[in-house]
Ligand binder design. Structure first.
Ligand code: PBG
Ligand code: ZN
Length: 344
C-alpha cells in the first residue's frame, strides 16, 4: 500500500529501526558483551591485619587487612570474580625517599598476593607497581635536586625510578603476581621491567600490563585518600600525560608496545574513549584495558544519589562505552556490583 500523503517517505537505506525494535535484536547489535572475565577488581590492602575500614569517598569500598581478605573475597569468587589488582596502603611501615616499603618482604601487597594465590588458585592477581604509596614525599618515583640554589627544587630522577620499578615489579612477580602493572609513568620502565622479568625467568609466567596512556586527571582524589598517596608538594603533571595531549598518548602507546608490554591500558576511562579507540587502532594485536578510576566511580554514585540516573543503568552504559571503544578488560570498583548484575 502506498504511504499516506501525510507521512514522509523514508528511503530503504534510511530505515534503521527494523534492526532494534526487540530486546534480543538490540543485544545482537553489540560487537561484544560485558562478561565477568573482563572485570578486574581494584583492592586496597593495609598493613593493619584486621582492618576493614570504609573509604568515605569511595562508596562501599574498604581498606582490607590481610586477615579479612579471604572472608571478603570468597563470596565474590563464588559469584565469578576472575581477577584483582592490588594496591598497598602502608599505615605503619616507615616511608622513605626511595619507597622502600614497596618491596619489603612483609609489605601488604606481597603478603596478599601469596595469600590469594594460595587460597584462590583460579583468581588472577595483578599488582600495581608504583612508589607513591611508599615514598615519604608521595611522588611516583625517586627525586633529585635540580639546582643547588633553593630547597624544594626537586625533579624526578627517571633512571633511579626505573631501577626501583624493576626491583618492585620483580618482587611482586616472585611473590606470585600473574600481572605486574606499572602506573608510575616513568620513561623506559616497560622495557626495563620486561627485561628484568626475562632475565629472572618470569617471561612465561608474569604478564606486563602498561598504564600506557595515564593522564594527570582530577579524578584520582578518592584513590589518593584511600591509598594515602597525595604528593606532599607539587603535582604529577611532569610524568602523567596532559589531558589534551592526544599525540603524547599515541606515542606512549606505540612506545610501550615496542618496549614489550603484554597489555595496554588507558586511564581514566570515560573522558578518554577516543584514546582507547586510538590505542586499539595503533596496537590491534594487544588486549586493551581501561581503568574506570575512583573519581569516575564516585561521580557515578553521586549522580545516582542525586537522582540523575539509576546506578545500574549508568554503570552498564559506561562499560558498554569502553567495550565499544575497544577494551576487553575493565578495572572497576563496580566489579562486585557487575558480578551480581551479570548473574541476574
Ligand atoms: C598510583 C595510582 C593512582 C591510581 C592508580 N595507581 C593514583 C595516582 O596516579 O595518583 C588511580 C586509581 C584511581 O583513582 O582509582 N600511581
Ligand atoms: Zn604512583
Amino acid at each position: 500500500m502506498a504511504a499516506s500523503s501525510s507521512s514522509i517517505d523514508v528511503p530503504i537505506s534510511s530505515t534503521l529501526q527494523g534492526g532494534y525494535f526487540n530486546p534480543l535484536l538490540r543485544t545482537l547489535q553489540a560487537e561484544r558483551h560485558l562478561t565477568k572475565e573482563m572485570l578486574m577488581y581494584p583492592i586496597f590492602i593495609t598493613d593493619e591485619p584486621d582492618a576493614e575500614v570504609e573509604i568515605v569517598s569511595l562508596p562501599g569500598q574498604k581498606r582490607w587487612g590481610l586477615n579479612k581478605l579471604s572472608g571478603f573475597l570468597a563470596p565474590l569468587v563464588a559469584k565469578g570474580l576472575k581477577s584483582v589488582i592490588l594496591f598497598g596502603v602502608p599505615l605503619h611501615m616507615t616511608k622513605d625517599s626511595r619507597g622502600s616499603p614497596a618491596d619489603d618482604p612483609s609489605t601488604p601487597v606481597i603478603l596478599a598476593t601469596k595469600l590469594i594465590r594460595r587460597e584462590f588458585p583460579d583468581v588472577v592477581v595483578a599488582c600495581d607497581v608504583c612508589l607513591c604509596e611508599y615514598t615519604d614525599h608521595g611522588h611516583c618515583g625517586e627525586l633529585r635536586p635540580y639546582s643547588e640554589v633553593g630547597e624544594g627544587n626537586k625533579v624526578i630522577d627517571n633512571g633511579k625510578s626505573v631501577k626501583r620499578m624493576q626491583e618492585v615489579a620483580l618482587a611482586y612477580a616472585k611473590a606470585g603476581a600473574h600481572i605486574v602493572a606499572p602506573s608510575d609513568m616513568m620513561d623506559g620502565r616497560i622495557r626495563a621491567i620486561k627485561q628484568a622479568l626475562i632475565d629472572e625467568g618470569f617471561s612465561n609466567r608474569c604478564s606486563l600490563m602498561a598504564y600506557s596512556a595515564k593522564f594527570a586527571s582530577a579524578m584520582y582524589g578518592p584513590f589518593r585518600e584511600a591509598a594515602g598517596s597525595v604528593p606532599n608538594f607539587g603535582d604529577r603533571k611532569c610524568y602523567q600525560l596532559p589531558p589534551a595531549a592526544r599525540g603524547l598518548a599515541r606515542r606512549a602507546i606505540i612506545r610501550d608496545v615496542e618496549e614489550g608490554a603484554d597489555f595496554l591500558m588507558v586511564k581514566p576511562a570515560l573522558p578518554y574513549l577516543d584514546i582507547m579507540r586510538e590505542a586499539k587502532d595503533l596496537a590491534p594485536n594487544h588486549p586493551l584495558a581501561c581503568y574506570q578510576v575512583s573519581g569516575e566511580f564516585s561521580m557515578i554514585h553521586a549522580g545516582a544519589k542525586a537522582g540523575v540516573y539509576p546506578l545500574k543503568d549508568m554503570a552498564f552504559e559506561t562499560a558498554e562505552g569502553f567495550l565499544r571503544a575497544g577494551c576487553t578488560l575493565i578495572l572497576t570498583y563496580f566489579t562486585p556490583d557487575f558480578l551480581d548484575w551479570l548473574s541476574e
